[in-house]
Ligand binder design. Structure first.
Ligand code: UGY
Ligand code: MN
Length: 247
């Protein structure tokens, strides 16, 4: 009902954006076949990374190989075979992978309806530091920790927090009523997808109801706060640029 008659919960502004599944429009992207592709966030919005949702039909395929671009994927649902860095693995929901810049990452043999959320970033090398390594794992293997000691806000850090990695992807899980401890304002950007449940996101000076499937872009210095609402836990997957100098 709220999406009828030209209404939408979505908002697009210079420092933050909210997109709901009702707003999606597909793009055709080289290297991806037998799938619908929605570019949710990219440079056109003002971001310095891309967040893309791919929904595969049976027989679909996606191959990534760009010299400077690193690719992270998280399987939202379904199952797909991921081949990268010489390893080949069947990946169900909750699996994730990271492919360093310039390496080939190939997805094939998806079950019909398999959905993968991608975060891509141009790699910022540090002179003398090693390049990051490829990763293929599952959220079930990643131990969470209470965020700043709060057991109602559990944080899973999916990628190694090492100088070689200039991007982080984490999962935040909140018990009903759980919330970020304070309004964060930071230089890092976020791209986020709600995995489960619902809540309210404060972005700059607006408060938005958000639910499973919604996507949020928070640009640098976007004031941000979240509270989980409803009777079930809320979870979101989010990207963050990390580990690089101020200038
Ligand atoms: O990692 C973060 O900056 C995280 N606490 N931000 C967020 O959830 N909006
Ligand atoms: Mn933050």
């Amino acid at each position: 009902m709220p999406e009828l008659f030209g209404h939408t919960r979505a908002h697009v502004g210079p420092r933050h954006a909210l997109l709901t599944p009702h707003n999606h429009v597909n793009s055709t992207v080289p290297g991806i076949t037998g799938a619908t592709v929605v570019i949710l966030i990219n440079e056109a919005l003002g971001a310095r990374f891309a967040q893309t949702l791919v929904t595969f039909q049976k027989g679909g395929r996606a191959t990534f190989r760009q010299p400077e671009i690193q690719t992270f994927g998280y399987v939202l649902r379904g199952e797909v075979t991921v081949m990268q860095a010489g390893a080949k693995q069947r990946c169900p929901g909750g699996a994730f992978f990271f492919s360093p810049a310039g390496q080939v990452c190939d997805l094939s043999g998806p079950k019909d309806g398999t959905q993968v959320m991608f975060f891509q970033k141009k790699y910022a090398a540090v002179p003398g530091a090693p390049a990051p390594r490829a990763i293929l794992s599952n959220e079930a293997k990643v131990k969470g920790t209470p965020f700043l000691g709060d057991p109602a806000a559990n944080l899973q850090v999916l990628l190694p927090d090492e100088p070689a990695f200039d991007m982080a992807v984490n999962i935040f899980a909140y018990q009903p009523g759980g919330h970020l401890p304070f309004v964060e304002i930071h230089v890092m950007e976020h791209g986020l997808v709600m995995l489960d449940g619902q809540g309210v996101y404060r972005l700059e000076d607006s408060w938005y109801p958000v639910e499973k499937g919604d996507v949020v872009w928070m640009g640098p210095y976007c004031p941000q706060w979240f509270v989980a609402m409803g009777k079930t836990p809320a979870r979101y997957l989010y990207y963050k640029d990390v580990n690089r100098t101020a200038l």
